[in-house]
Design a protein around this ligand. Structure first.
Ligand code: HEC
Ligand code: HEC
Length: 341
């Protein structure tokens, strides 16, 4: 009888310990940079990530109060299960079901990026959030109005005090809290990462895919982040009347049709693909590179050779590359409850 009781007490204790372990207090480790990544562009020295700041940023991120009619949150278009993209939408839907002109980008590993958005229009991580809030087809709200709503809110003043020392709610603190949340969205535990850390090996097909990827794709999708942070034209169409990409920021004619080389981490979760969401599958992307690249004055020179335009890929190679790209999916990232609403 006694042993049963002790056994019972132990299991209750173990259960309680198990519960508290999953709470953020117990498992909060703060901002950590993966050892196999290069040094980050942002170290968050001016805006150190604290637990209270991160939690405030998370609450703001998931709060529709940021939009004019209180219906759209950042999380409406950036959904965790699809690596914080708007899965299933080629162009994102914002306030009053209005269509944007671009495909939502994932929010992951932002600290390693030199600029943000498909055209690199924002260079400072703290200024990202003003764009969607003010964009008439996304949240269509005046940031000053957002601050007012937060000041009059039952919970926010106390949460700002916890994060920044006083109840004052201003633009800088608001943006910094959002940056603290987004800074923590680090994805570095895919099968590929585990292979890089020597924890497991890739299958023969995945390894072959990696080799082909290195020889044919990695001069643009470079390094551990799978981007060289440059803007290039991989020529999805012969017309760029609708969206001129980098040119819209730089106004340099040779930038017409250039877009950010996106990271390929979690690529299986973020369909449809490309800035306009034109391509539905990874097979379709590879067919594009092999067959459909169109010429133009700003087409990337690496996509032009004696054999013609695009990248030479046979059916086997395409299959192997897709196997490799599948290893970039990070289940721990999309299931991490610290990041969930
Ligand atoms: C209506 C849908 C929508 C809403 C709401 C929205 N976003 Fe976005 N987000 C997008 C789209 C579309 C892009 C790509 C836009 C572009 O490149 O021009 C994007 C891009 C981004 C990026 C750039 C990622 C990169 O790699 O460059 C970040 C970060 C981001 N959004 C954060 C936020 C935050 C924070 C909020 C809330 C304040 C928010 N978004 C609200 C659709 C949305
Ligand atoms: C010349 C540089 C370059 C090369 C080489 C290149 N890419 Fe890309 N890739 C880009 C650019 C730029 C984009 C975004 C284009 C756009 O949206 O307009 C892109 C987009 C993609 C996307 C869609 C990403 C998303 O989030 O929508 C995938 C997948 C992709 N590339 C895979 C590959 C693979 C696999 C290879 C090798 C077979 C490859 N790329 C070779 C520059 C390149």
């Amino acid at each position: 009888m006694k042993t049963i009781q002790i056994g019972f007490t132990i299991s209750v204790l173990a259960f309680l310990l198990g519960c508290s372990k999953s709470s953020i207090d117990e498992t909060w480790e703060g901002l950590k940079f993966p050892a196999h990544f290069p040094p980050p562009v942002y170290e968050m020295k001016d805006n150190p990530v604290t637990k209270a700041g991160f939690e405030l940023g998370k609450k703001i991120f998931y709060d529709p109060i940021l939009s004019k009619n209180n219906t759209i949150s950042c999380g409406s278009c950036h959904i965790q299960s699809s690596a914080f993209t708007h899965h299933g939408h080629d162009l994102s839907h914002g306030i009053n079901d209005q269509l944007g002109k671009r495909n939502a980008l994932p929010i992951q590993n932002l600290l390693w990026q030199t600029s943000f958005f498909w055209d690199g229009g924002v260079h400072n991580i703290d200024l990202i959030s003003l764009n969607p809030i003010q964009n008439p087809v996304e949240m269509d709200e005046d940031p000053q109005q957002v601050l007012l709503k937060l000041k009059n809110h039952a919970e926010y003043p106390a949460l700002f005090k916890k994060a920044f020392g006083t109840e004052e709610i201003n633009t800088a603190r608001f943006l910094q809290a959002l940056s603290q949340f987004m800074a923590m969205l680090i994805s570095s535990n895919s099968k590929y990462d585990q292979y890089k850390r020597g924890e497991l090996s890739l299958s023969a097909e995945e390894m072959e895919g990696l080799q082909i990827f290195k020889s044919k794709c990695s001069h643009c999708h470079a390094g551990e982040l799978f981007t060289d942070n440059s803007f290039r034209n991989n020529r999805l169409s012969s017309q760029f009347n609708f969206d001129k990409g980098r040119y819209e920021i730089s106004l340099i004619p040779s930038d017409i049709g250039k877009f950010k080389v996106p990271s390929l981490r979690n690529i299986t979760l973020t369909a449809p693909y490309m800035h306009h969401g034109q391509i539905g599958t990874l097979e379709g992307v590879l067919d594009h590179y092999a067959l459909n690249v169109k010429n133009s004055s700003t087409l990337d020179s690496s996509l032009i050779s004696n054999q013609g335009l695009g990248i030479n890929l046979d059916a086997q190679e395409k299959k192997r590359i897709v196997s490799f790209l599948n290893t970039l999916t990070d289940e721990t990232f999309i299931k991490n409850t610290h990041f969930s609403e």
